[in-house]
Design a protein around this ligand. Structure first.
Ligand code: AMP
Length: 261
């Protein structure tokens, strides 16, 4: 596959891609777009930077263009879930860029940490694409600003990060409210067991597409594990840091508060 023209994407999308100066599809795009255009469910193992956003956004826009119908009030036709507000904004920007010649095309954001009222207003008349973080999306559903029974396509982006951030229950609650008959496009950089289990639950006869080997640890790093209870962690860290061999050290911690401490 050497050019976007070979996918049979609608002309307004090809025009937008030309303006974006995209000439050659990336490997994840070359493999995902034809299958997603045939309504297949996809599990894509790909990291950020591989072009995965366009890999799901382009077939979705093509579907919206070919089956034009206004979404009912307080609903969306495409639901994209992503772990962070920042990523959510980037995905919405990509849909806007590739969909700039398609009208009508309402794209809304639902992320936490900002007032909810504007998001409620944006959804009132219905939108084609809603890009959301799981917590705020559930808030909108629970406050009856949004229903999910009209969703035709679900995208889970960075599923592994979403689970790492503790969103599994929210994601499951959201999925329980979606129509069974839908297309699901599932992307994750890594494929640990819990992600495989989630994928198995929500995908229907998916094709698996892998563009990078799943993450492995660097051979040069020797790793040790210390079992300590919560209260012992600080003393242990202190002891480890007293080792004169440790000249520069990176400490990873789960919370900001823990980092400050
Ligand atoms: P993503 O992995 O989706 O975050 O995309 C990484 C970057 O690659 C983004 O800045 C895209 O705009 C860009 N990109 C995606 N697909 C292509 C393509 N086929 N040709 C050139 N740039 C691309």
């Amino acid at each position: 596959m050497t050019s976007f023209n070979e996918f049979g994407l609608a002309e307004p999308i090809l025009r937008a891609l030309a303006q974006e100066k995209y000439i050659t599809p990336t490997p994840i795009q070359a493999q995902t777009i034809p299958l997603a255009c045939q309504n297949r469910d996809v599990i894509g193992i790909a990291q950020t930077g591989t072009g995965k956003t366009a890999a799901f956004a382009l077939p979705i826009l093509n579907h919206l263009f070919n089956m034009r119908q206004r979404p009912p009030q307080k609903s969306c036709r495409v639901q994209v879930l992503s772990p962070t507000g920042e990523l959510t904004g980037q995905i919405a920007d990509s849909f806007r860029a590739y969909g700039r010649h398609i009208r009508p095309l309402e794209i809304a954001l639902a992320i936490g940490g900002v007032p909810i009222n504007r998001q409620i207003r944006a959804l009132a008349r219905g939108v084609e694409v809603l890009v959301a973080t799981p917590g705020r999306l559930l808030d909108l559903v629970n406050s009856r600003a949004l229903r999910l029974d009209q969703v035709e396509v679900l995208v889970l982006d960075e599923a592994d990060r979403m689970l790492d951030m503790g969103f599994i229950h929210d994601v499951k609650k959201i999925i329980a409210r979606l129509p069974k008959k839908r297309q699901t496009l599932f992307f994750s950089a890594t494929l640990p067991h819990d992600i495989q289990a989630l994928a198995k639950d929500i995908l229907r006869n998916p094709v698996r597409i892998e563009v990078t080997p799943t993450a492995t640890t660097v051979e040069k790093i020797s790793q040790s594990l210390y079992h300590v209870d919560k209260h012992g962690k600080f003393a242990l860290l202190r002891k480890l840091l007293q080792d004169p061999a440790l000249q520069r050290t990176l400490v990873f911690t789960r919370t900001k508060r823990g980092a400050n401490k």
